[in-house]
Each structure stands twice: as C-alpha cells, then as structure tokens.
Write a protein that binds this ligand. Structure first.
Ligand SMILES: [Zn+2]
Length: 242
C-alpha cells in the first residue's frame, strides 16, 4: 500500500509510541522496587521473631529477680522471727539458743547468696533490655524504609498511569492519520509482541529477522519509498528506510 510522506511520519511516530507505551505498561505492572520491598518485608518478619526471643529473655531475667526477692523476704522473715524468739528467751535452754543463733547465721548466709545471684540477674537483665531496644530500633528503621519504598512505588505508578494516558493520546493522534488496513496489520503484529511496523535497512524484517528474498527486495528497491509491505513471517508492516 502506498502511503504519503505525512503518513510515513505518523507511522514512524506510532512505532516509537508503541514501544514506549509497552515499556511504560511493563514498568507499571512490574514496579522496579518490588524486590526491595519484599526484602524489607522479610527482614521485618525476621526481626519480629528476634524481638519475641529477646523479650522472652528479658522476661526470664525479670522473673528470676522477682523470685529471688520472694525468697529473700522469706529468709528475712525467718531471721526476724528467730531473732525475736532468741531475744525473748522464754523457755529456751542454752542449747536451743545456740541452735537458734546458728539457724539465723544460716539464713543470713542464704540471703547473701540470693542477693548475689539477684545482682547477677539484674546485670543480665540490663544487657537483655539493651538487646531488645536494639532490635526495636532496627524494626523502626525497616518500617520507615518500607514506608518510603511503598510511597515511592505508589507515586511512580501514578506517574506511569499519567504517562500511559499521554502515550495513548499521542498514539491515537498518529493513528488517525493512517489507513485502517495498515492499522489492522500493525495491531495484529503488536498483539504478537512485535513492534507493529519496521523500517527496513536491508533484506531482513527488522521486526522478526526473517530474510526477504532477493527478487522481492529488488522489487522493493525499485518501488516508491513510501510503499508498505507486510512481513510474510510476522505480518509486521514493512517500509523501506528513506
Ligand atoms: Zn517479520
């Protein structure tokens, strides 16, 4: 089919717009930062598990401290009771008194022991709390990065939708200048994933690579530069480069 110079320009514009539109749609459907976002989500999940573990360690030390406090109180009340008995002295033999004193000394030793282990637990609690706080800080960082990436992806999608709309408007402008028969062939090739039309530099279809026979190519070279053809292999619209 012979087309005019301005139709040739419109066809070239349509080839470019079709490729651009396809790239825009691809990016819209496959956002560039999706992998990054997935990575942040899985790191957030891992940290959540770490946080549960770290919180359990903190709880364990807190429980040990509370338990020690109870045990110390029990020992102290025994010391108090036995000291009172000893001070009162009613009905006590001197052997009873010695025994009571020994028992009090034993309870005091136990208190000292419990206090020491409680102190150790307190130190462990402090470092466990530091670890938990560090995990919380990392969770906060990951959450902030995740939100940032999500916003960026959303903004880019909005931008891409606008660009696609502009691209479609420009394409329909170019299409309005072209004959319907040529557009039908063009669209059929686009549906197959092709460029719709291709400009020939030599005896090969620039859309699919199919070789054009020598006689046909010579025929093309002899014909008007604005004569369009259809690739026998991929059905793309073909036009000789001017
Ligand atoms: Zn072809």
């Amino acid at each position: 089919m012979l087309i005019t110079d301005s139709q040739r320009t419109a066809l070239q514009t349509l080839i470019e717009l079709t490729a651009q539109g396809r790239a825009l749609q691809f990016e819209h459907d496959n956002p560039k930062r999706t992998e990054e976002l997935q990575d942040l989500i899985s790191r957030h999940k891992e940290l959540g598990e770490k946080r549960t573990e770290a919180a359990a360690v903190v709880d364990g030390h807190q429980d040990a401290i509370t338990e020690a406090t109870g045990l110390i109180e029990a020992q102290r009340s025994k010391i108090e009771k036995k000291t009172a008995e000893l001070n009162d002295g009613t009905g006590l033999t001197s052997k009873d008194m010695v025994n009571l004193q020994e028992e009090i000394v034993g309870h005091e030793a136990r208190v000292a022991e419990l206090e020491e282990s409680q102190l150790e637990e307190m130190e462990k609690l402090e470092s466990a709390e530091d670890e938990l706080a560090a995990v919380d800080d990392r969770i906060a960082e990951i959450t902030a990065s995740g939100k940032e990436v999500q916003t960026a992806v959303k903004d880019r999608k909005t931008e891409l939708r606008e660009l696609i709309t502009e691209n479609e408007a420009a394409a329909s402008g170019a299409r309005s200048e072209l004959p319907q028969q040529l557009l039908t062939t063009f669209d059929a090739n686009v549906r197959q994933g092709g460029p719709g039309a291709a400009l020939l530099n030599g005896p090969n279809c620039q859309a699919c690579g199919q070789e054009i026979g020598g006689a046909v190519w010579h025929g093309m070279l002899g014909a008007d530069v604005n004569e369009t053809y259809e690739c026998e292999e991929c059905e793309a619209v073909l036009l000789r480069r001017s």
